[in-house]
Design a protein around this ligand. Sequence first.
Ligand SMILES: [Zn+2]
Length: 490
Amino acid sequence: MSNFEVRTYDAAGRLGELTVPRAGVTVETPTLMPVVNPHVQTVAPSTLESEFGAEILITNSYILHGSDELREPALERGLHDLLDFSGAIMTDSGSFQLAEYGEIDVTTEEILTFQYDIGSDIGTPVDIPTPPDVAREQATEELATTQERLERAGEVDAGEMLVTAPVQGSTHPDLRERAAREAAGTGLDVFPLGAVVPLMNEYRYDDLVDVVAACKRGLGERGPVHLFGAGHPMMFALAAALGCDLFDSAAYALYARDDRYLTVRGTEQLDDLAYFPCECPVCTAHEPDAVREMADDDREELLARHNLHVTYGEIRTVRQAIRGGNLLELVDSRARGHPTMLDGYRTLLDHAAQLERTDRVSKDAFFHTSTESARRPEVLRHQQRLDRFELAGDEVLLTEGSSNSDYDETWGVVPPFGPYPRGLSETYPLTAEVPDRTDRRAYEVAADGVARLVDLHPDVSFTLVHDDWPATALERVPDRVRLRDLHARE
Ligand SMILES: [Zn+2]
């Protein structure tokens, strides 16, 4: 039986429940796993739980394994007691250290057994985090090693501990997809997408989207999917729309140490802030000037708390958007925070057909809020399904205006969807709110819809009455369609 259940979808984003049997808890997803450094706790795990509502956290078993002072207490008391946290605890294996320093001194069997012995709820084998842009040969070779370790991980007696199956493959989409398919086939429980941190550090959100989309193709609807190292709230909506369920944040603490202040639109330096653009308890109770004057430790803790409030706030915002069916409107709005986020959103829409597969058929309203809206999966789906409708008669009118009995049948037309049977005018997504001053792209996509309908009915004669469409849209309409402007005098 699967330990992960999806309750509802929006695009490929999903509200789900991850059952963690060893912890005896069910974690709602998408969610954040704060990274807790066993040696340095900027915000105590018990505070993460009581004040921020953390249901799950992640810590590094390799650090505990190598620590003279913490190794024995972890084994004797168990992780939950050591960290004072009653939710689910996931442990990492040292793969990150392997990537940073080139070698580590444990095997997958040793570190998984150690994770089990210290009471971890979700354990991780030692995979090979292949960085972006490496040659295909290297990525393939390292993938074989990762796959072999996943197989060995499957053989370790882990009791009720869930075990992750990391997906690697660098920036080669076909390798990522294959690795994901193999990971899904292992029978392991959680699927971290590995070695994507360099992409995020370099603001390569377009490449990140391609990598995640490839992994998702291989995983199918298996889950939960963990975007390893993704802790900046600015990108949660984008990643959630692709079907990522778990994020982990070391950023809240690391950024705080450098006086960096997280927002959903990007990162600010404390020095640059005259005002705190945030409603959290930290920002309503303090002025930036006063925080700058504080002792290092106090300032770091306050900034970490603000960073956590913003990060958890964005998780709730993403959940509500999935539930409300407006996740893509949220992605659209977050994409305006940074040009590279816009690249990420545009790349997401390159995968509209993939998102369409799980997107719900009906939602409250489609808000056409940008040029990108015309490329959303709802538009694609509408145009793909034009072959499901019968056309009665030889003379058909497609119009943005009213019906005309001179024709055998009248269909409506609305940018960006294109033509639709009038009976559908009150159904999603044709109830879309589209601005009066919409952009050229919406008309062009509507024209593509007209072209598709016309191609489906070679024996029907069509007339299109449009409301001042631009020439770039009209030239996409097949030549045999008679064109009339809605307001032209005849
Ligand atoms: Zn704040």
